[in-house]
Design a protein around this ligand. Sequence first.
Ligand code: CUK
Ligand code: CUA
Length: 622
Amino acid sequence: MKKWVPAASGLLAGFLAATVFFADLSPAQRSEASNDTNKSNAEKVYVPFGEKDEYYLFASGGHSGQMFIYGVPSMRHIRTVPVFSKDSATGYGWDTHSKEMLGDYTWGDLHHPAFSEKDGDYDGKYMFATDVGNSRAALMNLETFTVKDIINVPNTSGPHCAAFVTSNTEYMFLPTRFAVPIGREYASLDEYSEKYRGVMSAVTFDDKKEKLNIAYQVALPPWSYDLSDAGKKVSADWAVMTTYNTEEATTNLEINASQADRDYIVLFNWKELEKMIKDGQYDEVTGQKMIFPEKHKGGIYLVPVAKSPHGVDVTPDGKRFIASGKLAPAMTVFSFEKAFEAIKKEDFAGERNGIPVLKYESVMEKEVNPENALGPLHTQFDEKGMAYTTMFISSEIVKWDPNTGETLDRVPVQYSPGHSVAAEGDTVDPDGKYLIALNKIAKDSYLSVGPSHPESMQLIDLSGKKMEVIQSSPVNPEPHYAQMIKADKIKTISVYPKDENNPDAVYSQDQTKIVRKGNEVHVYGIAMRSKFIFDAKVERPDQIEVNEGDKVVIHLTNIDFDQDITHGFAINGYDLNIEVQPGQTNTIEFTADKAGTFPIYCTNFCSALHQEMTGYFLVKPK
Ligand code: CUK
Ligand code: CUA
C-alpha cells in the first residue's frame, strides 16, 4: 500500500495538501485498493426491505447543524434530526419550543455527539451534542429523536468536545477550541496571554426536566483545547483533553502554533473539581462558578505530548490514554496508573500557568509509529481492546495492539479519514464487528454533483482476520464524529401519550375553540385524517379569521393515535410550517402582518384524502 504514502518530506505541507497525493489514482487502482465489493461483501451489508439493521449510527452533521441517523450494516440513511439549525422538513425552528431553543441563531456546527452512559455503557436514552459555531450544547431524547434542550455556553468559544460523557453521565465536559477574554469582552490581541482564557465547562443534566445546566467552569490558560475523553473504570473520576497552541500565538497559527516541540494533555480529576466547588474554591464570574487553576489549586495536571496533538482516547479498560500526533507521526500511549503515582509523589517537572506539569517519561508508556503511517487523528477500540487509528495523510486505518505497540493490520480508505467509529466503541465493552471510517474527501467515488463532492463513510468488517471495506456511503456535510449503538438499546415511543394536564392540548372535536383576547387570537385545534378542526362550533371549522396585526397562537394536537400518522400545518404564503406527530400537541406563534387570503394545508402525506386536508387563514385588512 506504499502508493498511499506521501513523500516523507514536508509533513506539514503534506497534512495541508493531503488531497493531492490521491488525486492521480485511477478508479481501477482505487477499487483494487478498497477490496472489490464482491458478492459476499454485498451479502454482508444487505438488509432486506422490512428487516432492521443491527446498529444505529448517529453521525454529526457538522455545519449543517444536524444529526444524521444511519442503519448499520446497510448504511441506509434513516433520518436527519435537526439540532442547531432550522429544518423545514419537521418544522423545527418554527414551533415555539424549538424556536425558543434556537433563539437568534440560524446555524450550528455539530461536531461531537455522545450517548448518555450507565456504568460506562451507552444506555440508549439521550444523546448530547455540541455546537462549535455558536458555542451551544444540546440534549436529544432518544424515545422521540427530538431535541429537548439547548443551552448557550458562556465564556467558551467553540466547545469542541469528544465522546465526553462520564461513566454515569454525571457530566459532559466542554473544552473550548478558541480562547477569548472572559465574558467575550473586548481585549486587544496584544493582551492575549494576560486576558484571554480557554474556559472549559462542566455541564450536567436533569433527566426529569430534560434540561442542561452549567455546573461550573474552569479558566484554563489561553490555549486551544481540542479532543477529550472521559476516563473509565479505574480512571472513571478523571478525564483527558488535548491542547495545542501552548505557544499562545495570536496570528498565523498554521506556523506559529507548531513551534514548540511539546504541547500538553490536560489531565483532570472531576471529582476533585466538584469538591472544590462544594468547598467554595472558585470565583463567581459572569454568573458562573469559575475555577482559576493558578489560584484554586488542585485536580488539574499537564502531561507533555508531541506537538499539536489532535485526538486523545481512553482504552476500554480505563488504564491508558492514547494521544494522536496530527503532525507527529506517532500515537503515544500513556498510563493512568503511572500518572496517579507521579501525582501522589508530586513528581513534577515544574508548572505552567500555575498548573503542575508531569514528567513525560514518568507517564508515557510507549510511542507507537507504524511504518509510513502519517497523520494519526483518532482511535477506536474493539472487543479485545485492540486500537484502530485513523491516518489522515496516509489515508488508512491502522489496527494495533496498545499492549505491545505492534501493528496488526492496515486498510486504505478513500480518502483522508478524520474520525472512525467502532460499534459501541467508546464504552467499557466495545462490540468489535464494525468500524466506519468518516472520510473527509471522497474524490470521484460517487456520481458527480459538481465541483464539491459528498463525503464518504466506509464500513469496515472487523470480524475476519483482515479488516475489509465492505460498503461505502455518501454523506452530506459533514460528519466529524459518530457513535454506533446496538439497535435494541434504543426504545422509541410509537405515539405521544395523552397529556390531560397540558392546557394547550385538545383531544376531541367538541373541545376545539378559537379564543380572542384583545388583539391576540388563540386557536386550540386538532389535526386528524383528513381535516383540521380549529373550532367545531362554527360554520367552517377549518377556517381561522384574524385582523391584520393580530398576534396568532395556534395549538394543534394530532388526535390520530396511530403510529406514523404525522400531520403538518403550513400556511401558504406565510412562510411557516410545523408538524404534529401522532398524539403530539405543538404550538406556533406569529403576527398576522400580511392582510389577505392564505390557504392552510397539511404538509405530510397522511391519507388518501391528504390533498383535502386544507383550510383558510383569512386576515382582514386594518
Ligand atoms: S475533530 Cu473533525 S476530524 Cu471536530 Cu473530532 Cu478530529
Ligand atoms: Cu394530514 Cu396530510
